[in-house]
Design a protein around this ligand. Sequence first.
Ligand SMILES: [Zn+2]
Length: 187
Amino acid sequence: MGIDLGITSLLTTSDGEKVANPKNLQRLHKKLRLAQKSLGRKPNKKSNNYQKARLKVAKIHAKIKDSRLDYTHKLTTQLIRENQTIVVEDLAVKNMVKNHKLARAISDANWGELVRQLEYKADWYGRELIKIDRYFPSSKRCSNCGHVMETLPLNIREWDCPECGSHHDRDINASVNILRMGTRGVR
Ligand SMILES: [Zn+2]
């Protein structure tokens, strides 16, 4: 199975399944913002109120981290159990996080941790995890005829191939290409 890691969906599989980012994280981020504001309104760092507010912020941070990790564990265990071979892109997460608008969504997606878990769980369960070159044009390539688009802006979620006329969901098309690239190479 090929997996495309993304923002709109946390991941999309070559079977056409889409997995969303965990909803409870949005709620926790909102709570965190409020707690940070409240902390900012308490200038006296020696006061009890300041210490209470600081502790609250720290607790929410910890909860976000736990919740992310828990979700990633459930997901990777399920993926590894259900598939003999998984192909993913080798991502440079650190470079992508430099874009601040995408940074939170990407860190919620926890891509680096997700791939790391897939790797060691593949070992545990005797599965095969294949990582492919992240410069492979998985999104821009038509999985039906192999035509490669010159550009395909991120906001384009569906497109038609000008060569063969196939209609593509951006992420499903990418995950099918990733699977092919990993399992038999692309002509
Ligand atoms: Zn095509």
